[in-house]
Design a protein around this ligand. Structure first.
Ligand code: GRG
Length: 313
């Protein structure tokens, strides 16, 4: 791959923006304007579009095109945006700012924010069903519902709220948790809450490349992207926790992040900043190795993993 990763990603990000606009306009024609406006507000607030990029890079790595990947990228970004809208609600994280703008419920009220999130979630499946042939649509809907649902992202959110004491759970029977238990618990939350949708994005890219022509999924490519996703997702999260600590340290002069201050489990909180940095580097390297197993086409995924570990926002 010649040039920086951003030279490679920029045209893909632009293609995602255009596809998001086109799909949202097409599928909300006839919807009540209030909910369509709230959906558009959250969808077009400036995000990195990381998940659609993962769909595209996986699709291209196994021989598909940007066009093959676009609808799946749109669907995953819609699910991601719904999760952010609901996560920001007073009943969950109660945040006022998202992507640098007032959150959906601050701007439009709670009822409309809940409904806009619901509508983005359901629209994602409509986009998949309307954009691909029957086999690809069915397998993509199945993957997305598992990645976003109770064994994936929603399940991770439940475990996260339980860990914060916001959802009641029975106390453990066999004594206090060790620090290894706490790290394993945190990884389980992140594997589901953020990792599952990254994995889904990559797998949808493989399915989109394969299309209707093959009799079964490319199991080898799926295994490689699963391995990449596991390392990439955790590397992303450890780095996110470190950035949270560092940005809060800048503001208040103390090395306690917003999440840690709210009593959330974080990697720097459990392992310390230096060990967390080493862990992020190791995970990044593991993702690079997994991308290498896809051959030369996996190089942009390797570069993205290097970027995610080194990013500053
Ligand atoms: C409400 C069912 C439900 C789930 C919420 C994803 C999630 C689960 C909550 C988001 C909370 C959060 C801030 C998690 C940390 C990691 C993360 C997913 C950050 C946001 O993703 P980015 O950095 O955001 O890709 P942009 O805005 O660039 O898309």
């Amino acid at each position: 791959m010649s040039g920086s990763i951003w030279d490679h990603l920029k045209p893909r990000q632009m293609a995602v923006e255009a596809a998001l606009r086109e799909q949202l306009a097409r599928h909300t024609a006839g919807a009540p304007p209030a909910v369509a406006e709230a959906m558009a507000y959250s969808l077009f607030a400036p995000g990195k579009r990381l998940r659609p990029l993962l769909v595209m890079l996986a699709c291209e790595a196994v021989g598909g095109s940007i066009d093959d990947a676009l609808a799946a990228g749109v669907a995953v970004e819609m699910v991601h945006t719904y999760s952010l809208v609901h996560d920001d609600l007073p009943a969950m994280d109660d945040d006022d700012l998202r992507r640098g703008l007032p959150t959906c419920h601050v701007k439009f009220g709670e009822a409309l924010a809940i409904l806009a999130g619901d509508a983005l979630l359901t629209l994602a499946f409509e986009v998949l069903a309307a954009s691909y042939g029957p086999k690809t649509a069915a397998v993509s809907c199945l993957e997305l519902s598992r990645g976003a649902g109770v064994v994936g992202m929603v399940g991770g959110q439940v475990l996260d709220l339980e860990a914060e004491g916001r959802i009641a759970v029975a106390p453990p029977k066999d004594g206090a948790a060790t620090s290894e238990d706490r790290v394993a618990g945190l990884e389980n939350i992140h594997r589901r809450k953020t990792g599952a949708l990254f994995r889904t994005a990559l797998r949808l890219g493989v399915h989109a490349a394969q299309g209707e022509r093959a009799s079964g999924a490319d199991t080898c490519a799926l295994a490689h992207v699963d391995r990449y996703a596991a390392a990439f997702g955790l590397a992303f999260q450890v780095t996110d926790d470190l950035l949270d600590v560092e940005s809060s340290a800048d503001k208040v002069g103390k090395r306690v992040g917003k999440d840690a201050a709210r009593g959330k489990l974080t990697y720097p909180g459990l392992l310390g900043a230096d060990a967390s940095r080493r862990k992020a580097q190791e995970l990044g390297q593991e993702a690079v190795t997994a991308a290498g197993a896809l051959g030369a086409g996996g190089e942009p995924l390797a570069e993205l993993a290097r970027y995610v570990v080194g990013r500053d926002r």
